[in-house]
Design a protein around this ligand. Structure first.
Ligand SMILES: Cc1cc2nc3c(=O)[nH]c(=O)nc-3n(C[C@H](O)[C@H](O)[C@H](O)COP(=O)(O)OP(=O)(O)OC[C@H]3O[C@@H](n4cnc5c(N)ncnc54)[C@H](O)[C@@H]3O)c2cc1C
Length: 327
């Protein structure tokens, strides 16, 4: 079989996103294992031509470096992708499941009739067919989906693949493409950064992160005291922030911050994919959870199945004692 793949380059705020390299790595691997085909990368946006040299995992870059296109425009991108499908430029499309591109796959599938696989966390060639592993119910269930042919749209879940395989420098061929006439329903006007004021958790070396397992707002000071003893700060999963117990600036995950501290102590956090997306690259992950099957243990370096409420105070005391001895 041939795997002719088109990867939509994902970028935000003037930088390529890691998901771009994840997709390029997967695409390259598919072409190599399929025994034939090509990888093309669609790069759309103002001032993006300078990134071509980072996209060496692609054979060709289709470039639309257009003034006024700071972010990916959904309607413009959709029109381009639809044309490439019609013109048979590629048979398999890869989109990143990010806030900018997530809705594109479904719209494109409706327009073209191509099959769409969402939340892809695995893609491989099995007996000449493309088999994708898709995460359902927030990652609680994984299902293998076999594409009926060589054509399809894959929405790749960020954080599912190593970006390193796609980080290949080089000089792929560049094909400049003209901007099609598009009626844009949604237009990017400006980026509004969140208000500063609270601590920036992306800069903390130690994070004590609390999840729904903390149970009550009244228990937060215990986590705060432990964080202080460890020389760090408190962060949280989304339910804790949604309840208003901590500000949004402390949320880790897909719709929060991406952190990579030296120590990430996850207290009562199940480890849903949306949470893992924001912390999986932490240097040392220690998970405390009463459920031994909690997915956080899949990525934790160390873990304990104990009640966090029994642990926080003695752990804080032990840390303080160790620090006092070290002085
Ligand atoms: C589009 C989208 C974006 C999202 N963005 C984010 C995001 O940015 N960040 C995020 O975190 N989530 C996000 N989510 C939500 C995510 O899917 C999960 O629902 C959420 O991460 C679960 O939070 P949790 O682990 O704190 O809670 P739960 O999944 O309820 O887990 C609580 C855990 O605590 C354990 N526990 C309970 N009591 C104790 C105890 N006494 N001691 C020890 N362990 C205990 C339980 O065993 C359980 O594993 C998003 C979801 C969607 C759909």
């Amino acid at each position: 079989m041939n795997a002719n793949i088109l990867v939509l380059v994902d970028h935000f705020n003037g930088a390529l996103r890691e998901i771009t390299f994840e997709m390029l790595g997967v695409a390259r691997n598919l072409v190599d294992t399929a025994g034939g085909g090509s990888v093309q990368a669609l790069l759309v946006g103002e001032g993006t031509a300078g990134w071509v040299s980072q996209l060496g995992a692609a054979d060709t870059v289709l470039l639309l470096d257009e003034a006024g296109q700071e972010l990916l425009s959904p309607d413009l991108t959709l029109t381009l992708l639809e044309r490439f499908i019609e013109q048979k430029t590629a048979s398999l499309l890869m989109l990143g499941g990010t806030n900018l591109t997530f809705g594109l796959g479904a719209r494109l599938a409706m327009r073209t009739g191509l099959p769409l696989v969402n939340f892809c966390r695995g893609v491989q060639v099995v007996n000449g067919a493309i088999v994708c592993t898709s995460a359902l119910f927030g990652g609680k269930m994984l299902i293998d989906v076999c594409l009926p042919g060589e054509c399809g749209i894959l929405n790749i879940a960020p954080g599912s693949f190593s970006p390193e395989a796609g980080k290949v420098g080089g000089t792929p061929a560049v094909r400049e493409i003209p901007k099609p006439a598009v009626e844009e329903g949604a237009v990017f006007r400006r980026l509004i950064a969140p208000a500063a004021g609270d601590l920036d958790i992306t800069k903390c070396e130690v994070l004590v992160s609390v999840g729904r397992g903390i149970q009550d707002k009244e228990n937060l000071p215990l986590a705060q005291a432990l964080a202080e003893a460890l020389g760090g700060a408190v962060s949280a999963s989304r339910p804790v922030v949604d309840q208003g117990w901590l500000p949004l600036t402390r949320q880790v995950g897909k719709s929060g911050m991406t952190v990579a501290p030296k120590l990430y102590l996850a207290l009562g956090i199940s480890g849903a994919p949306e949470h893992q997306e924001g912390m999986k690259d932490s240097e040392l992950i220690i998970a405390i959870n009463t459920d031994p099957k909690a997915p956080i243990f899949d990525i934790a370096h160390y873990g304990a199945t104990v009640d966090l409420l029994d642990l926080m105070e003695p752990l804080k005391a032990a840390v303080e004692k160790r620090r006092a001895v070290a002085k």
